[in-house]
Design a protein around this ligand. Structure first.
Ligand SMILES: [Zn+2]
Length: 86
């Protein structure tokens, strides 16, 4: 698998570290209870299809978001994590 770093161009996936889904989670209130905190910390969607993943490119220390198909592992777009989606 190859990913496109916004600074370095196309690179082998071994230069990147996967850091999970690129989604904002709603943090529960401190007194929300064990179930809410368990869900926040451990439970994630596992979609079959297109997702946005957060990756870290170690050589240039850049965080990026990759649109990746979880079924085919195809990458259709990447952007710096600091950029808004188009
Ligand atoms: Zn890079």
């Amino acid at each position: 698998m190859r990913l496109t770093c916004p600074h370095c161009g196309v690179r082998d996936a071994r230069e990147f570290t996967y850091r999970g889904h690129a989604i904002a989670l709603d943090r529960p209130a401190p007194d929300a209870g064990e179930s809410a905190w368990d869900d926040y910390l451990h439970n994630r969607e596992n979609p079959a299809g297109w997702t946005e993943d957060l990756w870290y490119h170690t050589p240039c220390r850049t965080w990026l978001v990759a649109e990746r198909n979880t079924v085919t592992h195809a990458i259709r777009a990447t952007r710096a994590a600091s950029e808004r989606p188009s």
